[in-house]
Design a protein around this ligand. Structure first.
Ligand SMILES: Cc1cc2nc3c(=O)[nH]c(=O)nc-3n(C[C@H](O)[C@H](O)[C@H](O)COP(=O)(O)O)c2cc1C
Length: 258
């Protein structure tokens, strides 16, 4: 079973490739949280379990952590568990944090991998990657995914190939604390007159936080996946004065669910 979370498709693409190569079914964490009351999963003998998700401010997304706290795995008998955290450049202690939260559920993360992918965050001093950088990262990710897939097929244990970067403690705990406190304000989202009220933003919102009448309106329950900003077909969604001149990113290789 491959559990995934995605905003702009990088993690979805990785999850789709791994699902295909490992012959494991794909499960969307957001869909599970939005539609199911019981988050119980029964494993088959020898079934592999993968977690594929983006890194947000050097941690796993809140929605992934909330789902791990709420879910229950049945018939776990040392099934092979792995994670793939997709990031623009570095993940800090993301995998370590995931590993600890799984341990609290009695689950052992056997191996964890970072997968560097194009950046989809463009707030403040951050910007999207250039076209050539996007191309380079997507090409490198193909080989990296083959390596990850082989390691998982062979059930390689205790392989933690993560791009931790510099000062991981400060970034994953202190900067992340301030990010969650100050940088997740949903009041800064708005739609310009280019908005055609097509409703795609509401449909793809991971937390079902958007309602559209003549224009989208955001509630308070946002994980900052930036699907709405990046995937709006009119590029009509903005965040304060940070996004007007910053371009948009969608993974070109994934297939978003209909
Ligand atoms: C709110 C937010 C925070 C992010 N923080 C990080 C980060 O700490 N380190 C990093 O390398 N990339 C960071 N990124 C970039 C994403 O992790 C990266 O582009 C990821 O592959 C996006 O996955 P997705 O397309 O599945 O949503 C961040 C993106 C967002 C939206």
């Amino acid at each position: 079973m491959i559990f995934y979370f995605t905003g702009t498709g990088n993690s979805l693409y990785a999850a789709q490739r791994l699902s295909h190569e490992l012959d494991e079914p794909l499960v969307s964490i957001a869909d599970e949280l939005n539609s199911r009351s019981s988050l119980h999963y029964t494993l088959l003998q020898d079934e592999k379990v993968g977690f594929v998700f983006p890194v947000y401010a050097w941690q796993p997304p809140n929605m992934v952590m909330d789902w791990i706290k709420a879910m229950k795995v049945k018939n776990y008998s040392n099934n092979y568990i792995f994670s793939v955290s997709t990031c623009g450049d570095e993940e800090g202690y993301t995998t370590r944090i995931l590993k600890k939260s799984l341990l609290r559920k009695g689950l052992k993360l056997n191996s964890g991998f970072s997968l560097v992918m194009p950046n989809n965050y463009m707030i403040g001093t951050y910007n999207l990657d250039s076209e050539s950088e996007v191309e380079k990262k997507l090409k490198a990710a193909e080989d990296r995914l083959s390596e990850i897939s082989s390691a998982v097929k062979e059930k390689q244990d205790n392989i933690f190939e993560t791009v931790i970067g510099s000062r991981p403690f400060k970034k994953s705990y202190i900067t992340n604390f301030f990010f969650k406190k100050y940088a997740m304000d949903t009041k800064k989202f708005y739609a310009t007159d280019n908005c055609s009220a097509c409703g795609l933003c509401a449909e793809i919102c991971n937390t079902k936080n958007i309602t559209v009448d003549s224009k989208p309106v955001w509630g308070n329950n946002c994980v900052q996946c930036f699907a709405c900003i990046n995937r709006c077909p009119e590029e009509a969604i903005q965040y304060g004065n940070h996004t007007q001149s910053k371009g948009r990113y969608i993974n070109p290789n994934c297939k978003f669910p209909e």
